[in-house]
Design a protein around this ligand. Sequence first.
Ligand code: SAM
Length: 249
Amino acid sequence: MIALLAQGFALLILAASVWLLKFIIAPPYPVWGLVIVQGVLAAFLSCRMGLPCWWRLIQFGLPVGLYIGLHFELNPFWALGIFLLLWLVFFNAIKERVPLYLTNSTTRMALKKLIKRRKDIRFLDLGCGLGGNVVFMGQQVNVLRSDGVETAPIPYLLSKLFTLFRGGHVYPMDMWKAKLEYYDVVYAFLSPDPMPKLWTKVLSELPQDAIFISNSFAVPEVEPSEVWELSDKRKTKLYIYNMHDFKKD
Ligand SMILES: C[S@@+](CC[C@H](N)C(=O)[O-])C[C@H]1O[C@@H](n2cnc3c(N)ncnc32)[C@H](O)[C@@H]1O
């Protein structure tokens, strides 16, 4: 909605400027020029109106893309197709406010280190994306079973394919329906949004000797048992919750 409003405001400013400009330079003005000004204005306003600044690229690209599509009479099914593709990949961005981004190799090595003293581990990746963590953990000698759940259709299909060849199990399941009782290491790389609700689930379902690890997003108002800051470029933080610190007998 903010993005749409920014485009609307930009159009109003552009219309007013064109109306004033006609007193200085006689129209007509090149449409491509107006489209570029629309994009620049919308991009500028988006940031000012509180959208994350990476939206600038999208806000600039929208009117320019529309103009190119109309000018070259591109089949609109291209736009629909690209939209559908993005929707099938970033399926959980709207409802759960969790897009797709992937755990890097430094973080995977840290996970390996984190579990090295445990035996017969049952690992679960909540929202497993392309299944990279499930495969990686499934290859560790002390991991008995490595599972992931994913609801975004394209990531699910890719992760299913990946795990079929490289090991591990992926299910087309909503993470809110996953039974955490079964696992002793649960990993999540989501967003700030689901963390409070997820913590309630983790607290009620995870056994006392289990650990919950959240990549980058801490549970609000809960002091983690440990925080590991990694040496990768983004200085990834792993928030580690040893359930025995939170579930007393
Ligand atoms: C940031 S990605 C992390 C992917 C993977 N765990 C990794 O670390 O590389 C989060 C994933 O969670 C998935 N997701 C979000 N909400 C979900 C839900 N309710 N049930 C299952 N998967 C979900 C998204 O589709 C996305 O693929």
